[in-house]
Design a protein around this ligand. Structure first.
Ligand code: ATP
Length: 244
């Protein structure tokens, strides 16, 4: 099994909201087995980058490739079908459906890597080990769960698609510290199971806990990239482009 295999890559990715260009020639890649953080202040373009990768923006330019497939012109559902998961910032669960039913909605067939080995396969039982809170409320309607629980359910539902790689938009934002801790644990557990992750994050401490490498965005451009340890040790970059 090659750990250097590139799963996702973007070259000169540009994106617009209407007439406003938001991303400028973003180059990035995520290799098999990696957790990569996309960092930057509010409005730097982190969410937009994830949306552009998955095809959720109508106007984008540049190359995006996932497992060797050109997805630069694909619809989001096509990327999902190929095994590229996405957990958006707004974390919408189906409020009338129970936890179990929400999980069923995300279900996709098992997958194999190109070398024939089995990719991580998720079932509700396995997910309840990863998210014990959800395991305690399999029949609760989504609408009667706390924000943190809904966030976990959104991640769990994405995992039901057995993705090779998950794009995770601000997992630590707006949730209680205890949930932040569980999210960090969950990310490390996913990595251990062979799921790669690209997460957008403002919180240096959180990113440092879980990530191998980092890209730093400012005004829609990548300003810096390094291992997480190098970024954490680089006060100048942190002061210029991040909040800490
Ligand atoms: N739907 C939209 N229409 C127009 N402009 C938008 C839209 N969404 C975001 N923007 C603009 O795009 C830029 C990048 O926003 P983006 O959400 O990608 O930033 P971010 O780094 O993810 O920060 P945040 O933590 O606030 O989500 C900002 O200037 C923002 O105002």
């Amino acid at each position: 099994m090659s750990m250097e295999e590139t799963l996702l890559s973007a070259k000169s990715l540009c994106a617009w909201y209407g007439a406003a260009q938001i991303l400028y020639d973003v180059d990035l890649e995520v290799r098999r087995g990696e957790v990569v953080a996309l960092m930057g202040r509010n409005g730097a373009g982190k969410s937009t980058t994830l949306k552009a990768l998955i095809g959720m923006l109508t106007k984008r330019k540049g190359a995006v490739s996932f497992l060797g497939h050109d997805i630069s012109k694909s619809e989001p559902h096509h990327a999902a079908k190929l095994g590229l998961g996405f957990v958006p910032e707004d974390r919408r669960v189906f409020t009338d459906l129970t936890v179990m039913e929400n999980l069923e909605v995300g279900k996709q067939p098992p997958r194999r890597w190109a070398d024939g080995s089995e990719a991580p396969l998720w079932t509700p039982e396995r997910l309840f080990k990863l998210f014990p809170n959800l395991g305690e409320m399999p029949n609760r309607p989504g609408g009667r769960m706390s924000g943190g629980e809904q966030q976990m359910l959104t991640v769990a539902r994405t995992l039901m698609g057995n993705p090779y790689l998950v794009l995770l938009d601000e997992p630590s934002e707006g949730v209680a510290p205890v949930i932040v801790e569980q999210m960090a644990h969950m990310i490390l557990e996913l990595k251990a199971q062979g799921v790669s992750i690209l997460l957008s994050e403002q919180n240096m401490h959180f990113a440092e806990l879980v990530s191998d490498r980092a890209y730093v965005l400012e005004k829609g451009q990548i300003r810096y990239q390094a291992t997480m340890a190098e970024l954490a040790a680089n006060d100048e970059v942190r002061r210029s482009y991040l909040s800490v």
